[in-house]
Design a protein around this ligand. Structure first.
Ligand code: PLP
Length: 397
């Protein structure tokens, strides 16, 4: 039996055809595919402009810069996510403020955020100031985690009330809808990633989207080394080499043609896990509300070891012995040495999720037989531990 990975990219002959066309045209850096891909993503999300970058991290860094985040500012962000958006905040010389997540959907907790703004800060009608640090809080980076949307409306209201710029990190949630609209299109700027494990890939690359022509133009300027003259190489400000290449775009366009299929497959995979596992003692999966549409980028299960038997790390090792890869959730960022000393807001839900949650194989190409094998191994692992006389469950009073 072959190894089952958490994620494998799904590429086909269309990628090869586009790459051949890009190379034949001599369009490596700038070219028709990069431009088309920008228009496709912006159109899909429902925004006016898309600006391609060479990574999702670069898109977020650029978004923060064009949104006016400055050195010394504080920026609110969930503590439970990939580290990239927090690093992008640090690239600006700003300070991430890590907010805990809510139990039911694992996204940044709007209640904890509101309490922080109300109780730990003062608002002078224009600026929100953290009373403890004395620093201005100027933006929210709202991450949509694991293909599920954060509480967009609650954060829009907070952003409005406290004059904060709302930036969305939808790197894990391309195609996810909150109400009728796609996430990434709610904030002043939305950001995506086309890294190899994302819903669609461009072999790396990212994009920011916005409805504001001035912001789009500013972003394009900054990611092209802030070149100020069409002929002379004159620069009034420090720019970045962050542009998306046409080679990224060629792969991205081919992937985009199959995006509906990718979304449908992710949803099928999530549903099969739900059918196979939701009745197991101590296993929970988040629930998709009727007014949302989730892409289920990666399916994760939460395991209560007192009810299930093994804990998440034990299960990870047991599945690994059967050549099934699973991975733990991200370490909460307030625990990360890279961001030591950062302000932390709210409770300990993210820490509990980090201890209890496993990411299951979720490749587009995952076959039903392989998925059933994964489900069977999880069910067996729990059953075996619960029936073993020496298990920690039966040993405890
Ligand atoms: C993947 C990811 C990014 C960064 O994207 P890269 O393209 O790898 O730089 C940012 N935020 C989140 C939430 C991600 O999952």
């Amino acid at each position: 039996m072959s190894r089952i990975a958490v994620y494998e990219p799904s590429v086909g002959s269309e990628e090869l055809a586009n790459l051949g066309e890009a190379l034949a045209a001599g369009e490596l850096i700038r070219g028709r595919f990069a431009t088309r891909f920008e228009a496709q993503i912006a159109g899909y999300v429902g925004t006016r402009f898309g600006v391609g970058t060479n990574s999702g991290t670069a898109a977020i860094h650029t978004a923060l810069m064009i949104a006016g985040v400055k050195a010394g500012d504080e920026v609110l962000i969930t503590t439970l996510t990939f580290i990239a958006p927090a690093n992008a905040i640090a690239y600006c010389g700003a300070h991430p403020v890590f907010v805990d997540v809510a139990e039911h959907h694992w996204q940044m907790d709007p209640e904890a955020t509101r309490r922080f703004c109300e109780e730990a800060c003062r608002f002078d009608g224009e600026r929100l100031i953290n009373r403890t640090t004395g620093r201005p809080v100027t933006a929210i980076v709202l991450v949509h985690f694991l293909g599920m949307p954060a509480d967009v409306e609650a954060f829009q209201a907070l952003a409005e009330r406290y004059n904060l710029t709302l930036i969305e990190d939808a790197a894990q949630a391309l195609g996810t809808r909150f109400g009728p609209r796609m996430v990434g299109g709610f904030g002043r700027v939305g950001c995506y990633s086309f890294y190899g494990n994302k819903l669609i890939t461009a072999a790396g690359g990212g994009m920011l989207v916005t409805d504001d022509p001035a912001l789009a133009e500013r972003a394009r300027y900054l990611i092209n080394q802030a070149k100020d003259d069409p002929v002379e190489t004159l620069h009034r400000t420090i720019g970045y080499n962050y542009r998306m290449t046409n080679i990224h775009g060629a792969i991205g366009c081919a992937q985009f043609d199959r995006i509906d299929h990718h979304v449908a497959r992710k949803r099928q995979i999530a549903q099969r896990y739900r059918d196979g596992l939701s009745g197991q003692p101590g296993v929970t999966l988040p629930d998709e509300p009727a007014d949302q549409f989730w892409t289920f980028w990666l399916t994760c299960i939460r395991i209560d070891p007192d009810l299930f038997g093994p804990d998440a790390r034990q299960l990870l090792r047991q599945l690994g012995e059967h050549d099934v890869e699973t991975i733990p959730l991200y370490q909460p960022l307030h625990r990360s040495e890279a961001h030591a000393g950062a302000v932390r807001v709210g409770g300990r839900v993210a820490e509990a999720l980090h201890a209890q949650t496993l990411t299951l194989p979720s490749s587009i190409s995952l076959g039903a037989d392989d998925q059933d094998r994964v489900i069977g191994l999880i069910v067996d692992a729990g059953r075996r531990a619960r029936s073993a006389p020496s298990s920690r469950r039966s040993a405890s009073p």
